[in-house]
Design a protein around this ligand. Structure first.
Ligand SMILES: *Cc1c(COP(=O)(O)O)cnc(C)c1O
Length: 464
């Protein structure tokens, strides 16, 4: 064996301890680590003929790059929808690399990882009060989950017009309706050749991001003779608004469209008895997107795609890896390789399995409740503030706000706030106007963190 490999295998324990200690250094001080690093200059990398070995490499990494790592798993990283990583999820994630399974087949592969993946989906569906009616699998993020659900929808729509899209390609336009789709839905339509400009925009309710059902029904009638794909938002990123799923499901009885629900983070509202009504009826969807690296606090990259089992054949036509005859009958011998975009896949379910098993229903209920409480605290402060005003009522875990003194100073305010490195937020557009968002998703965030953020926000305003 190449000498370096041999030496390192002989001292693997030492190396893993060093990596563990580096990880602990980072996580034990995560509250003090900056959420923003202005100077990101790095020296251009150069590949040597002779490597320096893993231990020295860890040192080099720590010296040059570790100080540039932001505290995104920390308690005050409120940009985008950034989840943390629970201890169990971290352990599961580390071991995913160690076991290094290529997770595909649930039968006859001599490898149990795909079966554990299915069990993980079972646990997740139980957490979210979803029935066992879906083929579920892990993908890299909600973007790929939206892509997966919408790709099967495209196959369904093609079939209704007598066309096998996966074999013959698209012919003409497909009708996709949505009110406030996430950007990744638009991106998915671009990736799959439906076209990002082709979305039929359903009007929203006054002052809301949720769809106006009267307008929705008008559009369904207009397109009554075509197969229609509907993207429903269960938690928009700006105001955590939900389309009225129950009403949409009732319309589905009449108009027979494909219902895709993007519940990337909003799906976790189902963990709380008081919020579960927001998702009522979602078990009737054709496909559902759930992100695990957001409110579930599993490290990147982790999301789940759920597609109704009755669409198995369509899902298979969409993703079958058809040049591999050795796979046997793909409906009988379930293999993720024929049901999801990727072929080789890591054992991505393991961190989620660890987390679900370690914390149970109560743990996730607590995380969701805790995030909502923090958002309400920041929201109340903003309502009472001389400097800030809410851009929308606080729903669940996102606070969307503006400066009272005008939109012109908002970019400067946010830039200065973020550069101080104590709290991180992101800009957005709400009804075409600039706003700032703070999304609470991390189990680490405590009352004190909200107070720190408020202090920071006020200091920046005084200096602006
Ligand atoms: C975050 C998000 C996505 C995209 O998810 P990624 O995990 O970033 O790919 C899609 N939809 C919604 C509603 C989201 O919040």
């Amino acid at each position: 064996m190449f000498e370096l490999f041999e030496n390192e295998l002989n001292s693997l324990g030492l190396l893993l301890d060093q990596a563990k200690n580096a990880g602990l250094d980072f996580l034990e001080n995560i509250g003090e680590k900056p959420t923003y690093i202005a100077d990101q200059s790095v020296v251009a990398a150069y590949l040597a003929d002779a490597g320096i070995g893993a231990a020295d490499t860890l040192e080099v990494f720590r010296k040059h790059y570790e100080k540039l790592m932001v505290a995104s798993p920390g308690p005050r990283y409120w940009g985008f929808v950034t989840g943390g990583a629970t201890p169990a999820a971290i352990a599961g994630d580390w071991l995913t690399a160690v076991y290094d399974q290529n997770t595909q087949s649930t039968q006859g592969a001599g490898d149990v990882s795909a079966i554990v993946e299915k069990e993980t989906i079972r646990l997740l569906c139980q957490l979210l009060h979803l029935p066992d009616d879906f083929n579920g699998g892990f993908v890299t993020g909600a973007t790929m989950s939206n892509f997966t659900g919408l790709a099967v929808a495209r196959q369904w729509a093609g079939e209704r017009s007598g066309r096998d899209v996966s074999r013959e390609g698209m012919a003409g336009d497909l009708v996709v309706m949505a009110a406030t789709p996430h950007s990744s839905v638009i991106k998915s339509l671009a990736m799959m050749g439906i076209g990002s400009n082709k979305v039929v925009r359903i009007q929203t309710l006054e002052g809301r991001e949720a769809m106006d059902l009267a307008d929705f029904e008008r559009k369904l009638i207009e397109h009554q003779n075509e197969p229609v794909i509907v993207n429903c938002s269960a938690g928009t990123v700006n105001t955590v608004d939900f389309d009225d799923i129950q009403a949409i499901v009732a319309l589905k009885q009449k108009y027979h469209f494909w219902l895709h629900i993007d519940a990337a983070f909003g799906g976790f509202a189902a963990c709380l008895p008081s919020q579960r009504h927001l998702l009522e009826g979602w078990e009737q969807a054709d496909s559902i997107t759930i992100d695990c690296h957001k409110w579930m606090n599993v490290p990147y990259d982790s999301a789940v795609s759920l597609v109704r089992k009755e669409h198995s054949r369509l899902q298979l036509s969409t993703f079958q890896n058809s040049n591999a005859p050795y796979l046997g009958d793909p409906l009988e011998n379930f293999s993720y390789l024929n049901f999801l975009p990727e072929n080789s896949r890591r054992f991505r379910a393991l961190p989620a399995w660890f987390s679900l098993t370690a914390y149970g229903r109560n743990g996730f209920e607590w995380i969701v409740q805790n995030s909502i409480a923090r958002a309400e605290e920041l929201g109340s402060h903003i309502e009472a503030s001389e400097f800030f005003e809410l851009a929308a009522p606080v729903r669940l875990n996102v606070v969307c706000f503006r400066l009272k003194s005008g939109i012109e100073r908002m970019a400067a305010f946010l830039d200065q706030l973020n550069r101080r490195g104590k709290v991180f937020m992101t800009p957005t557009l709400l009804s075409g106007e600039s706003a700032i968002r703070a999304a609470f998703v991390n189990y680490r965030t405590e009352k004190e963190d909200v107070l720190i953020a408020i202090r920071e926000m006020e200091e920046v305003m005084h200096a602006l």
